[in-house]
Each structure stands twice: as C-alpha cells, then as structure tokens.
Design a binder for this molecule. Sequence first.
Ligand code: KG4
Ligand code: ZN
Length: 324
Amino acid sequence: MIILGLESSCDETACAIVKDGREVLCNVVSSQIKIHEKFGGVVPEVAAREHLNSINIVVKEAYEKANISPNEIDAFSSTVGPGLVGCLLVGLNAAKTLSLVYDKPYLGANHLNAHVSANFINSDLKPPFICLLVSGGHTQIISVEDYDKQTILAQTIDDAVGEVYDKVARLCSIPYPGGILLDKMAHDGSKDAFNFPQAKVKEDEFSFSGLKTAVLREVKKFKPDELPKADIAASFQYCIADTLIKKTKYFADKLGYKTIVLAGGVAANSELRKRLKELEEKGYKTQAPELKYCTDNAAMVASCAYFNPIKTDNSLMLEVFSRG
Ligand code: KG4
Ligand code: ZN
C-alpha cells in the first residue's frame, strides 16, 4: 500500500510517499527556520501562511522524486493534531482534497503516534516496546503494546524537553532553533562543571521547570561575554539525558520490556542517543529513528497512517486539534 503523507503541524511543510509503512519512496521537507529565526521562535500566523505557499510545491516535488503519478497513490494522509491549528488546516485540507480528487481514502494521523512510527521506517521493529517520546511540545514514556495500542506511562507536568532546550539556548543567547546548537556546543564542555538538579517527582511524572530556573540562576552569575556556554550546555544535557533514560529504563523493567526506542525531535540529541545505546550492554534492544526522521517530517505521518490511523467512521469529517 502506497501512502502520501503531509505534515504541517508547526514550522515544517513536508510531503512523503511511503510503501507499506516502512519503505520511503521520497521525503520532502521545506523548513521555515529562516523565516522564524528573526522572531526567535515560531509565529503561528506566519507559519500557516508559509504552509499555504509551500504545500503544492512539496507535493509536486514528492511525485517527481518518487517517480510516481497521483493515480498510483492508495491513500492520502496528514497530521490532524496536536499542533498549530491554522498550520494543521493546510495539510488536512490538501490531503482531503487529494483524496476526493483521486477517489482514494483519507487517513488522519496523530502527530505523537507519527513520531513513534518514525521507528518503523527502514526497520523491522515490531511492538511491544517502550518509547521515550521527546519533542518541542511533549515528553512522554509510552508503552507500545501494539501498532494501534499505546498507553502513556509518564509525562511532564510542566515544560517539554525540547521546549527547555530552546529556552536554555535563549538564556545563553544561542539562536533559534536552540536545541540542536546547544547539543553541538555541549561536546566542548564538561558535564561536571555544574551540578544541575533532577526533579523529585512522582513515578509517572517529569518536571523540568526547576532545571530551567537552576540554569538561569547560574547564567546570571556571569557577564554575558564570560558565560561558559559549553560547560552549561554539557552539564544541562547530561542532567536531561540522565533523568530521561533512568525513568524509561525503570518502566521497561517494571513492565518487562526488553526493547526501548526514542522518538521526537529531541531523539536527535547525541547524549540521549549515546545513553540509549549504552543500555544494549545491559541486554536491551534499542532503537532511535534516523536523524532526518526525528524532527517533524511527513514520512512518519505516512507510516503512521499505515500502521495506526486515527480511528473514525468517516475520516473526511476529522477536524484538526491543537492539544493532545
Ligand atoms: O518533534 P519536533 O521536530 O517538533 C515538535 O513536535 O515539537 O521537535 C522539535 C524540538 C525542538 O525543541 C528542538 O530544539 C529539539 O526538538 N531538537 C533537539 C535536537 N534537535 C532538535 N533538542 C536537543 N538536541 C538536538 N539535537
Ligand atoms: Zn513533532
């Protein structure tokens, strides 16, 4: 089954064509980073307008790259939510229109499930497994019992990990998008330079607002041009990865899972990937999506539409949603 997926939930306009949920025939991503850079973050109205400008272009490019005609597509899909409503509407209406024009089903995808599905791309991974989902808006440990059966075991009670990365980057005057730059900077610093706190929370919770405040307190002790950015980045990054990996392993052991996977934009983080890999020495099977499938993309949407579409009697009636 060949599915065309569209992603437009935030600041990436993307179209991909994926066969049987695992084989990517093309993956086109048009990033708006340059546009939002000057604002220091995503401006929803600007993003929605940019999606409108780019959506037809990425679809056309996808057909060309996959060397496929629209008639060969078996279903059209898009991210339905969570995300920015005005942005989601662009992808949803484009995919529904394509489905009506070519008389093929429309399949809706949940953005979070799509991030999990990124792990099925170019891999033979099968449930059950434990997934640590870390993105700009979410931080969750999920028990993936089956392709369409997922239970949230723990989640953040305040900031998401990606959000904290971006905020700490801003504190250190590192430009948007801060996460990836902070990750790079951490390689030149010492994880022991600062002893940042790990929140004491309930078993099913994460909390990162205290860590953010602790970083702010340290930053304020320095003159801007004397700020030891690399040391702050390394100590912060170590603290985050340690918190996340420990709790994920805890739940894997509690539920008896032997496979642990990462998902979401922060799954691209080098320290997190390193710490995950180290679990293999303890007998776990681990996996993280290829870097290009960690941050928002449409291949994961098409994969999700294949394995775990939003269940509904009439998918053409699906409406976008901002939170989930
Ligand atoms: O999944 P994603 O592309 O969008 C959301 O669904 O939110 O995740 C974006 C987030 C941003 O906060 C970005 O700073 C973070 O992922 N991110 C990273 C890295 N690459 C992207 N955070 C830490 N290290 C990275 N290498
Ligand atoms: Zn995302």
